[in-house]
Write a protein that binds this ligand. Sequence first.
Ligand code: AMP
Length: 199
Amino acid sequence: MITRQFGIPVTSPGAILRRESDLGTPLGLETAETTQHGGLVSDKIIVQLIEDWLRLHGASGFVFDGFPRTLPQAESLLSILKRLHTALDLAIWLEVSEQTVRDRISGRLQCGGCGFTTSASSAKFAERPICPYCDGPLVRRTDDEAEVLQTRLQEFNTKTQPLANFYEKMSILHRIDGNRDRDVVFGDISQLIEQKATA
Ligand code: AMP
């Protein structure tokens, strides 16, 4: 949605790793076990992915989805951006209850082609699970199963939660209530991006 509205390229290590795994590349094979079980992939691998991506696509703005997820990743990102003479404008913290996470994940469908995400209950896709953007198959993520979700939540609570403090101290953290409808949440995110663009 951000790329479509603002033309800012977005990347997500999770999406990259799923693609690598589907293609059976060495990186995909190396990380599949960890991602399937809901653990976090090593900081070294993730930071390298982001650094490579930034060099290729980050010249005129970027959004990371699902990165950083640990303090070492956040610190590495600052060093990389310093080298590139680029500032970090916003850290958007989507606050969602555990119930919201469970509800959304239990019905989540994702496009195997472009990563577009929707829900199984969406009547539009119920009979024909095909991506409206690229005609790819809309499928459930294997790591959305309940037991794996438990591990992912634990990883979040122990390793990712401290990042709120980290970015709060840098005065770039913006908390948004993510329990509301997708369009309302996106409206708030858009407002933040617009404010930054005109500042
Ligand atoms: P996501 O698509 O963001 O939910 O990520 C799916 C999976 O990819 C995660 O459960 C992790 O195994 C891995 N992953 C994605 N982003 C990161 C990250 N920043 N650090 C470590 N592992 C990650």
